[in-house]
Ligand binder design. Structure first.
Ligand code: SF4
Length: 314
């Protein structure tokens, strides 16, 4: 869930080493294509600041085998990963960005995550092996893994395997989602999720449709389901001048969030223009070309709208 602002400030970029220029996909022992997850703290098909197309040529047999593996959750489509601190959940986290998203947010700062075909294949075993390497860091910092996107619930079987594997290792788990595909998240998956980062993009259906091209209700329903079972939620709200900043829109989001008993934090994320060039490089029309970042006064007004309902706001 690559919101306009969630990665703006505090991500560790490390040495910048990525697999962006290396799209050769080796075959695993079972013949499955795998992404070799190496040392860098930023990685994946594109890293977080590059773009491109994987361009994998597959035979029909390869393709149907791959779909079967994806349906079984053995294989996922990966955009990138990062080791981050103080974002995407508590402590230091390995955040994995999966490819594919049913929404088309006007402010998406990683539009190259929208299409699953743009990702690189990675096996669940390989990703879990990478996670294992960071266990000691997670233990020391109180961190864990965060599965983001794109929309992680586009690949529910794969996500379920990663979550299960992480919990078997005693690792804290978070999922960053719009909630639009919340119906894909089974109760068994929820058992393995410690924290949901729920992106509530609007509280008004018309505004939600304008922002995402989709309906609001599935997100609201998923949030209510999480609250009913007591799953901890951090809500994220991207503040975009002229799009989501209307007082009545923020009131609607805040009223909804205040009704969810398991919300422990609200993050108001100021819009920024860091994703603009990606839209152009993908040949997509970017509608927010002239939209400014919100002023500090506007950010404070919106944060106060949440605080006034007794919510903890960051
Ligand atoms: S289009 Fe998808 S990945 Fe991009 S911000 Fe929206 S929900 Fe996140």
């Amino acid at each position: 869930m690559t919101t306009a602002a969630s990665t703006a400030a505090s991500r560790v970029q490390g040495d910048g080493s990525t697999r962006a220029a290396d799209h050769a996909v080796p075959a695993g022992p079972d013949g499955a294509p795998i992404v070799e997850l190496g040392v860098p703290v930023v990685g994946g098909a594109y890293g977080r600041s590059s773009s491109g197309t994987s361009g994998l040529e597959l035979s029909e047999a390869d393709r149907s085998e791959r779909f079967a593996q994806m349906r079984a959750g053995e294989l996922g489509s990966l955009h990138s990963w990062e080791l981050v601190t103080a974002v995407d959940g508590p402590g230091t986290r390995l955040t994995t960005f999966l490819s594919g998203c049913p929404l088309q947010c006007l402010y998406c700062h990683n539009p190259d995550t929208m299409e699953m075909r743009r990702g690189e294949p990675v096996t669940a075993d390989e990703l879990l092996s990478r996670i294992t390497r960071y266990r000691s860091i997670f233990e020391v910092t109180g961190g864990g893994i965060t599965i983001s996107g794109g929309e992680p619930l586009m690949q529910p079987a794969f996500v379920a395997r990663i979550l299960r594997g992480a919990k078997e290792m005693g690792i804290h788990t978070a999922v960053d989602t719009s909630g639009y595909l919340g119906a894909h998240c089974t109760d068994a998956m929820l058992e393995d999720i410690d924290l949901v980062l729920l992106d509530v993009k609007s509280g008004i259906p018309e505004t939600y449709r304008r922002v995402t091209g989709r309906e609001l209700e599935p997100t609201l329903e998923f949030g209510r389901r999480l609250a009913a079972r007591g799953t901890e939620i951090w809500v994220r709200f991207v503040l975009v001048p002229g799009l989501t900043d209307a007082p009545e829109n923020v009131d609607a989001v805040a009223d909804y969030v205040a009704s969810l008993s398991s919300v422990s934090r609200v993050e108001v994320l100021p819009f920024h223009q860091m994703g603009r060039d990606k839209w152009a490089s993908l040949g997509l029309r970017y509608e927010l070309e002239d939209t400014p970042a919100p002023t500090p006064e506007l950010v404070e007004r919106v944060r106060e709208q949440f605080r006034s309902r007794g919510l903890t706001v960051r």
